[in-house]
Write a protein that binds this ligand. Sequence first.
Ligand code: HEC
Length: 197
Amino acid sequence: MHRAAIILSAALALPACSRTDPYADKPAQAPPEVVHAAEARAEKAADRLARALIDELQRATAEGGHAHALQVCRDAAESIRTDVSANERLDIRRTSLRVRNPANAPDAWERATLEAWAEPGVTPAAVSAVVESAGSIELRWMRPIMLIDLCVNCHGPADRLAPGVPEALARFYPYDEATGFSAGDLRGAFSARVPLD
Ligand code: HEC
C-alpha cells in the first residue's frame, strides 16, 4: 500500500488540476479525529448504498429475471445513489476503470486509486485523502468493490451472461465496458466526498 499512497499523492498534485481549475481538489489537512469520523460516515454510506442496490437487484430479478433487473437498475441506480447521499449528508457514488454507464467514469484521483489497486501484488483496501475543493474542506474516500458470482449474470464474460442480458446491454448501454469480469475480480469502487466543515 505504500506504493499506492505515493501514486495517490502524485495524482492530487497534478499541475493541470491545481493551477488552472479553481474547482479542482488541492491537498489539505484536518485533525485525525475528524478524518476518522468522516471515514466512518463514508463506510456507513457505502454499506447502505450496497444494501439498497442489492435489495433492488434481487427484487427485480425475482420479478422478471436478469434482463428485466438490468433495466430496473438502469432506471433506479441514480435515484438510489442520490437518496443515500442525501440521507447520509455526503456524496457517494460508484466508479470503475471499465464503466457501464459513462456517468460513472472516474476522475483523476479515483482513476489513480483504481490503477494502484490493480497493480500486481496489491490487495485493494479503503483509502482517503483530505482535500480543498471549491473553497470547502472534504474527505475523499474510496473502498474497493470485488465481484461475486451473482454479478457475473450481468458483468461476466459473453458466455456467462444471463439470457437476454446481451440484448438489453446493446439496447440500453451501447458503450458498455463492464463485461468480462469473473468472481474475485476488482470491479470498481464506492467513492465518497464527505464535507468536513
Ligand atoms: C441485473 C444486472 C446486473 C447485475 C446482476 C449486477 N449489475 Fe452492476 N450494473 C448493472 C447496470 C445496469 C449498471 C449501470 C447502472 C447505471 O446506469 O448507473 C451497473 C453498474 C455497476 C457499477 C458502476 C460502474 C459502472 O460500470 O457503471 C458497479 C461498480 C457494478 N455495477 C458492480 C456490480 C457488482 C459488484 C455486482 C454484483 C454484486 C453487480 N454489479 C451486479 C447491472 C447489473
